[in-house]
Each structure stands twice: as structure tokens, then as C-alpha cells.
Design a binder for this molecule. Structure first.
Ligand SMILES: NC(=O)c1ccc[n+]([C@@H]2O[C@H](COP(=O)([O-])OP(=O)(O)OC[C@H]3O[C@@H](n4cnc5c(N)ncnc54)[C@H](O)[C@@H]3O)[C@@H](O)[C@H]2O)c1
Length: 294
């Protein structure tokens, strides 16, 4: 089945990016939010990015207008009725996601495919709550969606080969690097990256180096663009802790457990870049390492 119209639920950090790259690939897009303020914020981010691309000469004004014209922002999920593929990028909360799919399942056409962008929840829990578990898959984008090339295409125990083919074709049309994976907590990237970041924090606790030394060593010695502690701040310490908790519940292995320093920073509201402080203080021109008081 050819996908022409894509529905995106949530216009936050991930949703606005998914809506934008889908429209850039030529799809008609319906994007929804819980309230007008969040919807306006997400659409403003898309318009800003398109404007910047025009300024830099990467896009003609007419192309930017056409991309924006393909995006239909709305507060009414019943506008998903005509979509061939609906992707949810709403808050990482299973109850909220199940409520959302209940509403959409009633209005979407029976042949439409559904996908979740969840980072840590099992895809099957959402798939099984709809009338079409065979047409339900995971499409896991990376932040920022416009820049990161990877799309993990996730097969749950019920996902049909046809649904996987639709997910792969959609990713290829977006010009993403598509990788098929299975419905195991963390999929591929987080399965490897989360224990690495948590180990960076444990290394700090054990005194192998300071924040700056650990990050500098991994950049200069392993060729990583960011060290593990700066990367943790970028991902969000709250997000990192919650993905770690889900993976620990699933696998019961220490390497996935959030170390005490991470728990304390989260409890203090120090979430990293987004809150202005984590392992670094972001209030000045350059991030400055802050010893978490070990
Ligand atoms: N942040 C990341 O790096 C990242 C990466 C990959 C996947 N994800 C996943 O993407 C999803 C969204 O994460 P985010 O970081 O964009 O969160 P976010 O908080 O920035 O955005 C979520 C948005 O969903 C909206 N929303 C909630 N319920 C809704 C509903 N029923 N209908 C429409 N909109 C609704 C909220 O108002 C909010 O604006 C989560 O499942 C998360 O695990 C996040």
C-alpha cells in the first residue's frame, strides 16, 4: 500500500521534526497536539528551520512554502481519518498512549498503519490495544530528527511483514538510514548507548577522572563527538534515568540501573541542557562542568 498522508501526534521535540521531515519528503501531514499553545510552538520551530534553510540558500522560498503548505496542524484527532500512516510522538507514558490509540483506532481507516516513536516502552503493549496489531510497528527517530540519519524500524511479535515493508519504504523516502530491529527494550542504539552513558557516570563516582577528563578522554581517545557526561546532559538526565529504569526492569542487569548520582541530579531538577544544569552549567557562553558533590 502506498503511503500518501501521514498523521503525527504530538508536536514536541520529536513530533515537530517528524512532521517536518515527512512534509519535506512530499507527504501530506496532519499534526495534532493537546492544546493550541504547544501546537503553535511546534509549528513555529518548523517555520524557523525552513526560514533558516532559505536564508542559507539550501531551499527556495517556493519550496519552503510548499513544505509548510503540506502540513496541516489541528487539535482534532478525527482528522487522522484520511491518513495512511499515523505515528505517535506523544509523552512517554503508556496510559496516555493507550488512550490516544483508542481514539484514533475508531476514526482511522481500517487499512491505515500505526507506529509508535517510543524510546523505551514495549511496542506490543500499544499494538495489542488496537484492532490492528498486525499493522502496528515501531518507528524510532533520533533527536534532532532533521539532522540524525537513523530510523529504527521495529517489529513486535504481531507486526506483519507488510507493515515492516511500509515502515522501511517510509524511512527510505525520508532519506533516512533504516535499520530493522526487534521489540526489545532499548532496541539497538539505546541498548548499547544507555549502559555506556551510565558507566561514564559510574566512572565519575569511582574517581577515574573528573567530568572534563572523562569527556575529553572519550572524544580524543575514541573519536566520539561528545563525551558520555555531555551526551547524558544532551539526552536529558530524566530521560536517561527513565530509559535505564525500563531496561533494568526488563533485563535485571546492573549495567542498565541508574547510578545514585544520576538519581540525585534528577531529584534536584538538574535535567541537563534543557533545564540549564546537569553535569555542566549552561547559563554562560560555554558549558562549565559542575561537580555533583560526590
Ligand atoms: N527526546 C528524545 O530524544 C526522543 C528520541 C526518540 C524518541 N522519543 C520518544 O518520542 C516521544 C515524544 O518525546 P518528546 O521528547 O518529543 O516529548 P515532548 O514532551 O517534547 O513532546 C510530547 C508532546 O506530546 C503532546 N501530547 C501529549 N498527549 C497528546 C495527545 N494525546 N495528542 C497529541 N499530542 C499529545 C504533549 O503536549 C507534548 O507537547 C516519546 O515517546 C519519547 O520516548 C524521544
Amino acid at each position: 500500500m502506498e503511503i500518501k498522508k501521514v498523521g503525527v501526534a504530538g508536536c514536541g521535540l520529536m513530533g515537530h521534526g517528524i512532521a517536518q521531515v515527512s512534509a519535506e519528503a512530499g507527504y501530506e501531514v496532519v499534526v495534532t497536539e493537546l492544546n493550541q499553545e504547544n501546537l503553535d510552538k511546534g509549528i513555529a520551530k518548523i517555520e524557523k528551520q525552513l526560514g533558516r534553510a532559505v536564508e542559507k540558500g539550501k531551499l527556495e522560498q517556493s519550496e519552503a512554502d510548499a513544505i509548510r503548505g503540506r502540513i496541516n496542524p489541528t487539535l482534532h484527532p478525527h482528522e487522522f481519518a484520511e491518513c495512511d500512516l499515523v505515528i505517535e510522538a506523544i509523552t512517554e507514558d503508556l496510559e496516555m498512549k493507550l488512550d490516544f490509540w483508542k481514539q484514533v483506532d475508531e476514526v482511522a481507516k481500517p487499512e491505515a498503519f500505526f507506529a509508535t516513536n517510543t524510546s523505551s516502552l514495549p511496542v506490543i503493549n500499544q499494538a495489542a490495544a488496537t484492532s490492528r496489531p498486525d499493522r502496528f510497528l515501531g518507528l524510532h527517530f533520533f533527536n534532532p530528527v532533521q539532522r540524525m540519519p537513523l530510523l529504527e524500524v521495529i517489529q513486535s511479535v504481531t507486526t506483519s511483514p507488510e507493515a515492516m515493508a511500509v515502515g522501511m519504504a517510509y524511512g527510505e523516502k525520508l532519506n533516512k538510514t533504516t535499520v530493522e530491529t526487534r521489540d526489545k527494550a532499548g532496541f539497538i542504539v539505546n541498548r548499547l548507548l544507555v549502559p555506556y552513558m551510565l558507566d561514564g557516570i559510574r566512572g565519575l563516582e569511582e574517581g577515574i577522572g573528573s567530568i572534563e577528563e572523562i569527556d575529553t578522554a572519550m572524544k580524543a581517545g575514541a573519536g566520539h563527538p561528545m563525551g558520555p557526561l555531555a551526551l547524558s546532559d544532551f539526552v536529558g538526565l530524566d530521560t536517561l534515568a527513565s530509559i535505564g529504569n525500563v531496561m533494568f526492569d526488563e533485563f535485571r542487569e546492573r549495567r542498565f540501573a541508574a547510578p545514585p548520582t544520576l538519581r540525585k541530579l534528577v531529584a534536584a531538577g538538574f535535567y541537563g541542557v534543557k533545564s540549564g544544569r546537569g553535569f555542566y552549567d549552561y547559563s554562560g557562553e560555554k558549558p562549565v562542568p559542575v561537580n555533583p558533590g560526590l
